[in-house]
Design a protein around this ligand. Sequence first.
Ligand code: SF4
Length: 327
Amino acid sequence: MKTRVFSGARPTGRQHIGNYLGAIQNYVALQNSGEFDCLYCIVDYHALTTMEEVGVSHLRGNIIDMAADWLAAGLDPNKATIFVQSHVPQVTELMLCLSMVTPIGQLMRSPSFKEKVKHHPDNVNYGLLGYPVLMAADILLYKAEVVPVGEDQLAHLELAREIVRRFNYHFGPTFPEPQPRLTSFPRVMGIDGKYKMSKSLDNYIELAADEPTTRELVGQMVTDPTRRLRTDPGHPEICNVYTLHRFFSPPARVAAVEQGCRSAALGCVECKAMLADDMNAQLAEFRARRATFSEDYIRDVLNEGAKKAAPLAEATLLEVKGKMGLA
Ligand code: SF4
């Protein structure tokens, strides 16, 4: 039997370069490796924990846009299960069951809870506190054994593993302890060069942006801050433009950029124009494929994904309820 992988992502709408290099590429690689049974979930309930960020009226559209980008980037509904969290409602019941073995103190000490409280002091809701329990339920509902995570998600996954240990101790062996699969993805900085690329910071380049928009945004990217004059030699290792060249440009061009930058033979305007060309070339196929998807097709994919996930969810929930004396 293949090892089961689960990963969830909040519906942030159209995906940006950072999402692609940081997560989506990895999803596609896991799916295509043939070693894993992959479940990829758009976690809409999680989005509601910070409603002010998402805007409820955008939620449905964001789900469709995100799924369109996933599919255009190579996720294949015939190889992976692609679905929306709330379409498999057993997750909420499992979350309630798991909450019985989750100490509240641990949730309150969670660094990300404290961070969210700092950013949303007017809406410190119960859903926010229970976020890690819902995340555990997402994973355990499908008895996933592997979860691709970035360093910043490790603490939540550790909490999920503790929930497993407590549940198994009280009610007998039920869940495998999900193992993290650390993705060695790059930290993609935004066009401001200061912060990680993010929608909330408005420093992103969408995968599906058209060619002129991509060119314009690349043109706005902050470069090596020590290079003040065109004649100053640059330091590609601290330049975000160079980082993206390494992902979007052919090796010969990457080498030429590095050399031209260090020797000051290459100016930043020209360097960015080359990057924009390479990004547009690399993303052309993605954009063409994306344009062929109708909203109905995407909804069908998500509905079929939920139908595939539901029997797994139902079996787990029945087992859990039986062990907890509920069925
Ligand atoms: Fe960055 Fe390119 Fe300018 Fe060098 S030449 S500082 S790599 S933009």
